[in-house]
Design a protein around this ligand. Structure first.
Ligand code: ATP
Length: 910
């Protein structure tokens, strides 16, 4: 089938082709059928890594291959039990590695899906948000600033719609879109101005269109192969650990070589030493480290999802723990974004409005007198403009409540809450949007944008045409030349302007968000081509003030940030006085803290700003462009900056921030794509929760690095010391492999999900340049590992002294001591201070891992058929006491030492 030239067909015909009405869109049933017919609206994915290849990758490790060859040799030499057991252990190890990696891979995949884009479609006459992959040909898609186009679309409506198509055409200047049919067939994509293509971005305006192609049939689908790139998901820590892993391999190999050569030199059997050496190398090389890091990251990221934070870029998990500043939007992030108009100022008069939320029941009062707004000319006009210059909808939901199942109405807003509050306000005066829109028809819209801080529409009724404008009152005032005062239109003199400004300040001082209203009559047929023309020479009517209460949990979260050494900064497009009032309520603004507005910022030189930036806590009436400057200034002062945003223009600042955060509910696709973290509830407190998790994840990674490496140091040193002292082998190869599999594996994973320490948000942020081994971790690994090696060998030596002919007993004792020492040491790894600072029963996974390791140890010692395989003999009670006491030494010695030094320190302080 040849492809349709959709741009050459009038959209009415296309609607007919798909049997779709502009008002109702597809029915859900038909959409489901079309989805079956056309498939998911997605580009073909690059092949995901198959489970089989993950499994076989486990055997690619060089040392495992050497071990397999060694096993083969021992098999050929007739050591069948050894060979079979080693192979069994290698396979078990591979299965464990596979489970770890597979799980990590799956969780990463699930994360990608969570952050997948959505589209706004009209189905069954209702505007709804669906996953972009479910969009089908025939769907009516609504487009707004910041949306990424979900499929190829023929436009039906365009209000100042501009689309940036560089992903497709390479042209970065946004294209103005129209709806008129174009007759030329062979036009480059950039000239098909009545089309919107999958993957391109709405940078301005609003629109409506019908989907004509989806998935691989779209223009983007044609070049899909060119743009498929695998995203890098490795974090800096993972990369550093990989490098470290390489160093450790060389070191382990060198030490193993020394062990093997010294053993042979001291007269040990060369073949036995070779096998022991290879096993030691396998055990000593922390090959599981990267997989466990990925698991700790992935599981941590899943915990974050439960706390409503979706991580888009894995490296940000590490950066979260380093954040020193959070720059947060006010509306919706610090506040609830549930607006209710409570006050109106009009021509010098104050009017109070009653009612709660979006419930359209409420009264208007002037002092104690109730007034009828529909009889007040200017007030009625203000309310009408509020409703007409508006894209939100009030939706009534009926609910049966209580014992008598009385029907109760619940009102919700679809769209911008600020606009929802204005529709509710109009409804309180009986001015319903649906009815008003029948009377006044909208001819044109100049959509709201946060730089202009205004929105206007051109509406027409019979032979009357007017521009209706609403916006930030202080900005709007400068666009007005007249004002309605006492029912008359009079010139807006400086003294009246001052009156209005006072009214604005007075409302803002009460933490009210305020909005001004103005209009201009037009001649019939007069055409307005630009917002600049529409929004000048206006007549000012009045101001409304709406409450937007702070979110309940935010005050607490800000206190937590203070304790955690993180500064909170409010950045808002709202009025300075409103912003300050809310910042004070939330205790963001300390008494000596500064507030600046967009104009102040504009007038400040870079050096001036850099000198002041540490003292500024509130930025008001700023445009999104200012955010980038704020991020840069903070960063050059050494801060690690978390920055929130939701609009298209916020994207550069979000990208430049160390942790770019976007809003799950109100955020645009562009902001989400630029961000590394999405707040699914738009809530500031979620950022703090994510930081807490980020700190916890990093701590846990340090915990198991410490455990694994200290264990490995212990294993190597046991063998090393023995060979240096010309003793027999303290551990046989199978025991070494068993320790590597059981004792090192399970508890390390359990440490990866260890609950965070209680004081985690009472510490200062971590330095982002900090080495993983910083803050004493390197010393802890070496000192604990050294002691583990020493006591294991000590127990081996003592047992051998008691009965020099029973090497197996001495080896069993060494084996049990090594395992016990590691299993006790794992509890020490949970705290940066000492083992006595954490409740050992807190982490049930760790208890389970330790208990199962112990049981498996008892199993290989007491189950008779296993004894010849693992070269063990049963131990008596006295042996176990020695094993346990010795095993506790490396942990207790340091724990008790720490208690004394801390006591001495606090005594000295007192
Ligand atoms: P934040 O940046 O904290 O989210 P904000 O929502 O107040 O705050 P903007 O959306 O940039 O920031 O709004 C700036 C100002 O523009 C508001 O204070 C208000 O006066 C005005 N305004 C907001 N929404 C609209 C709208 N839909 N139509 C007209 N004017 C609006």
């Amino acid at each position: 089938m040849t492809k349709q030239k959709w741009h050459t067909i009038p959209y009415e015909m296309i609607l007919d082709v798909f049997h779709v009405k502009k008002e109702t869109g597809l029915s859900t049933k038909r959409a489901e059928k079309l989805l079956e017919e056309h498939g998911l609206n997605q580009l073909q994915q690059a092949e995901a890594i198959s489970p089989l290849s993950i499994f076989f990758n486990q055997f690619k490790d060089f040392m495992v291959l050497v071990l397999l060859v060694a096993t083969l040799i021992s098999g050929l030499l007739g050591e069948y039990t050894d060979a079979i057991t080693i192979i069994a252990i290698v396979i078990l190890n591979a299965i464990l590695g596979f489970i770890q990696e597979f799980r990590a891979e799956k969780s990463l995949q699930a994360l990608k899906e969570m952050a997948a884009p959505h589209a706004k479609v009209i189905r069954d006459g209702v505007l709804q948000t669906i996953p972009a992959v479910e969009v089908v040909p025939g769907d009516l898609v609504q487009l707004e600033t910041g949306d990424r186009i979900p499929a190829d679309i023929r436009l039906i409506e365009s209000n100042e719609l501009y689309i940036e198509e560089s992903a497709l055409t390479g042209e970065s200047v946004p294209v103005s879109k129209k709806i008129e049919t174009i007759t030329f067939e062979d036009l480059p994509l950039g000239d098909q101005k009545n089309m919107a293509f999958m993957g391109t971005l709405v940078t301005r305006g609003t629109g409506l269109g019908i989907v004509v192609e989806t998935g691989m049939n779209t223009e983007m689908g044609k070049i899909a192969d060119l743009i498929q790139s695998t995203e890098e998901v490795e974090t800096p820590l993972q990369r550093r650990l990989e490098q470290l892993g390489k160093i450790l391999i060389v070191l382990s190999l060198a030490l193993t070589a020394v062990v093997v050569m010294t053993g042979i030199w001291h007269g040990q059997n060369a073949y036995a030493m070779f096998l022991a050496g290879v096993s030691l190398a396998v055990a000593a090389i922390p090959e599981g480290l990267p997989a466990i890091v990925t698991i700790a990251l992935a599981l941590g990221v899943q915990r974050m999802i439960k706390r409503k934070a979706i991580v888009r870029k894995l490296p940000s998990v590490e950066t979260l723990g380093c954040a020193t500043v959070i720059c947060s939007d006010k509306t919706g992030t610090l506040t609830q974004n549930k607006m209710t108009v409570t006050e109106i100022w009009i021509g010098g008069q104050d009017i109070q409005v009653t009612g709660t939320g979006y419930d359209p029941n409420g009264e208007f009062y002037q002092g104690s007198y109730s007034i009828k707004p529909d009889r007040e000319g200017a007030l009625k006009r203000l309310l009408e403009i509020g409703v007409l210059c508006n894209n939100a909808h009030l939706v009534e939901q009926k609910e049966k409540k209580g014992l008598l199942k009385k029907e109760k109405s619940n009102y919700m807003v679809q769209g911008d809450p600020t606009e929802g509050a204005l529709i509710t306000l109009g409804a309180k005066a009986n001015l319903w949007k649906e009815e008003l829109e029948q009377i006044w028809q909208r001819k044109k819209e100049f959509p709201f944008d946060s730089t202009r801080k205004m929105m206007s529409v051109v509406v027409q009724k019979h032979h009357q045409q007017m521009v209706a404008v609403k916006g930030a009152p202080d900005v709007l005032l400068d666009r007005c030349s007249t004002i309605i005062w006492d029912g008359k239109v009079i010139p807006l003199t400086q003294s009246i302007k001052n009156h209005v400004k006072q009214a604005i300040e007075s409302m803002a001082g009460k933490a009210l968000r305020n909005l001004g209203f103005a209009y201009k009559d037009l001649k019939m047929g007069e055409n307005i081509f630009s917002e600049d023309l529409a929004e000048r020479n206006l007549t000012f009517i009045g101001i409304v003030g709406m409450i937007d209460p702070p979110r309940n949990e935010v005050k607490q979260a800000i206190q937590t940030c203070k304790r955690a050494g993180i500064k909170t900064i409010m950045i808002t497009g709202d009025h300075q006085t409103t912003a300050m009032a809310i910042a004070k309520q939330l205790q963001i603004l300390p008494p000596s803290g500064l507030t600046v507005n967009g104009q102040d910022l504009y007038n400040m030189s870079n050096t001036e700003f850099m000198n002041k930036v540490e003292d500024i806590y509130v930025y008001a009436r700023v445009s999104p462009e200012h955010k980038l400057r704020i991020v840069k200034a903070l960063q050059s002062n050494g801060h690690v900056v978390a920055m929130t945003g939701d609009g298209v223009n916020d994207a550069p600042a979000i990208k430049a921030a160390d942790i770019g955060i976007s809003m799950g509910i109100t955020g645009t696709d562009v902001a989400k794509e630029a961000s590394s973290l999405i707040l699914s509830d738009d809530n500031f407190a979620t950022i703090v929760a994510a930081i807490e998790e980020g700190r916890g994840i990093y701590d846990n990674i340090r915990k198991f690095i410490r455990y694994l490496l200290a264990s490995n140091v212990g294993e190597i040193l046991t063998m090393f010391f023995a060979m240096m002292l010309a003793l027999p082998l303290p551990l046989v190869p199978i025991q070494i492999l068993w320790v590597n599999l059981v004792t090192d594996g399970l508890p390390a994973i359990a440490l990866g999900v260890d609950p965070a320490e209680k004081n985690i948000m009472n510490r200062s942020p971590r330095d982002s340049r900090e080495n993983v081994f910083a803050r004493g971790l390197g010393w802890k690994i070496i000192s604990r590992g050294f002691l583990i090696g020493l006591i294991t060998l000590g127990v081996f030596w003592i047992t051998l002294q008691q009965n020099p002919s029973d090497l197996t007993k001495a080896q069993t004792m060494a084996f049990a001591t090594l395992v016990m020492a590691q299993l006790i040491h794992v509890f020490d790894c949970r705290s940066d201070i000492s083992v006595f600072h954490r409740n050992p029963f807190e982490n049930k996974y760790l208890l389970l891992a330790v208990l199962s390791s112990l049981l498996l140890l008892i199993g290989v010692i007491y189950i008779e058929p296993l004894q010849p395989i693992f070269r063990t003999v049963p131990l008596n009670l006295f042996d176990w006491i020695l094993v346990t006491v010795a095993g506790a030494v490396p942990t207790l010695a340091f724990g008790i030492g720490k208690l004394f030094t801390r006591q001495a320190f606090s005594l000295r302080k007192a």
